[in-house]
Design a protein around this ligand. Structure first.
Ligand SMILES: Cc1cc2nc3c(=O)[nH]c(=O)nc-3n(C[C@H](O)[C@H](O)[C@H](O)COP(=O)(O)OP(=O)(O)OC[C@H]3O[C@@H](n4cnc5c(N)ncnc54)[C@H](O)[C@@H]3O)c2cc1C
Length: 407
């Protein structure tokens, strides 16, 4: 009698599998353009949703380091100049006071503090670039059913049964990463109990290219300056109040925003949909596993108030891509601890202080108890009178290490 043959699953072999073709996964694929490695990029969405993403209301504030990294990936060059909005100054206000902590570039360079680009335009440019790379193969409408690894290789099994074998699997599948869980790595999740409503508005007043964060009592309002007479408006309220605010008729909503902003932008008109984001933070218990690494929000998903999420994701991409490139040059295994341990150490050192500082800001500036109100106000005044503090913040936004800027 013939021996029954196991039914062979369709399978393929690559060097790296990246799960998630969001901003982080696409950035890593672009960063590995000249690595000589074969990359598989897996996403549950259809190609059309990734190639031509719909507007999602997010305008991403980017540092000079992020600009340099995207330039090196040939992605920044794909943004139309009209879609890059410079941020010349930033202010932070507390409660009902008009007193503001103020940031501007202190050096002679007249370059801005940072830049704003719409999230859907970033995703579109990243995919357009990744799509030109012969070493990148995309698997769309493919969610991951299982991930496994041993000392020899890692294997990703897609929902349709196809298996991709590789030396390394990288999870970039959001702060709720299923791949992270499949690899047995937990995360400390933090539900802030608040919802961020974002939209674009036209206004008669001048935004003077100044980002403004106003920590009011019971809500936070932010202005992110776009083109002339237009800004991205970001309102954070307790979850219980969000649906009612998002459902107001456009004119009533505009009047409410004018009032929240003390009419500083004059007459306002809603010019986009309103998008609501329930705020949940995530910090993975480990950033690596056997032949496995986490990047982007799957590693550390920040509260958006300090605008660090994608900037930090690009740092994770840069750090991991450097380690992988070093391993290729040294003919080492790209999934080995020799690559992954330094990545974990370096990214923890970058991410942990930012994550903790952001959570501290959220905690202090959403506490409306009388003593906290005093502390909130004092913190801004102390910050304003501490030049080293202001220098440290602006340096973080504008500094580009020469090594990173190298092409
Ligand atoms: C309102 C708001 C404002 C923000 N503003 C800023 C800012 O000013 N500056 C800044 O730096 N950051 C900002 N951020 C953060 C930034 O948007 C995120 O850090 C960034 O989008 C993270 O990208 P990501 O690719 O890691 O994750 P995501 O964008 O969540 O992408 C994950 C991808 O994985 C795919 N996926 C998920 N599960 C699976 C699966 N099982 N199988 C296959 N594919 C899967 C998804 O389809 C998606 O394509 C903001 C965020 C919000 C919500």
């Amino acid at each position: 009698m013939p021996t029954p043959q196991a039914h062979a699953l369709p399978s393929t072999r690559k060097d790296i599998v990246i799960v998630g073709a969001g901003p982080s996964g696409l950035s890593l694929a672009c960063a590995l353009a000249n690595s000589g490695l074969e990359v598989a990029l897996v996403d549950q969405q259809a190609e059309a949703e990734i190639a031509r993403p719909a507007m999602d209301g997010r305008d991403i504030a980017m540092t000079h380091l992020s600009q340099a990294l995207l330039q090196r990936m040939r992605v920044w060059q794909r943004f139309a100049p009209a879609h890059i909005h410079p941020l010349h100054e930033a202010t932070v206000q507390n409660g009902n006071s008009v007193y503001a902590l103020h940031f501007e570039r202190g050096d002679k360079d007249d370059a801005p503090l940072g830049y704003l680009v719409a999230n859907h335009r970033i995703r579109e440019a990243l995919y357009a670039q990744a799509n030109t790379l012969p070493n990148v193969t995309c698997y769309f409408e493919s969610s991951v059913r299982a991930v496994d690894s041993n000392t020899q290789e890692a294997t990703v099994t897609l929902a349709n049964g196809m298996q991709i074998h590789a030396a390394l699997v990288v999870a970039a599948d959001s702060r709720f990463s299923a791949t992270r869980r499949m690899m047995g790595i937990g995360a400390r999740m933090r539900d802030y109990g608040r919802v961020m409503i974002v939209c674009n508005m036209a206004h008669t007043g001048d935004h003077r290219h100044t980002a403004q964060e106003c920590f009011r009592y019971g809500r936070t309002c932010a202005i992110l300056p776009l083109g002339s007479g237009e800004s991205s408006i970001v309102i954070t309220v307790p979850a219980s109040r969000a649906s009612a605010l998002a459902a107001l008729p456009p004119e009533r909503f505009a009047q409410e925003v004018e009032r929240m902003l003390d009419h500083r932008l004059g007459r306002m008109t809603l010019i986009s949909e309103r998008f609501s984001y329930p705020l949940v933070g995530a910090y993975a218990n480990r950033l690596i596993g056997r032949r496995f690494a986490l990047i982007g929000d799957a590693a550390v998903g920040m509260h958006p108030v300090t605008a660090h999420g994608y900037n930090l994701a690009l740092r994770s991409v840069d750090t991991l891509a450097r380690q992988i490139t070093l391993a290729v040059k040294a003919s080492r295994d790209i999934g080995s601890p020799w690559v992954l341990h330094p990545y974990e150490i370096r990214h923890q050192l970058t991410a942990r202080p930012l994550y903790d500082a952001t959570n501290l800001i959220v905690r202090v500036y959403t506490d409306d108890k009388p003593i906290a109100k005093l502390a909130r106000s004092a913190a801004l005044r102390i910050g304003n009178s501490l030049p080293p503090f202001k220098h440290w913040v602006t340096h973080g936004l504008t500094h580009t290490p020469s090594q990173t800027a190298r092409q």
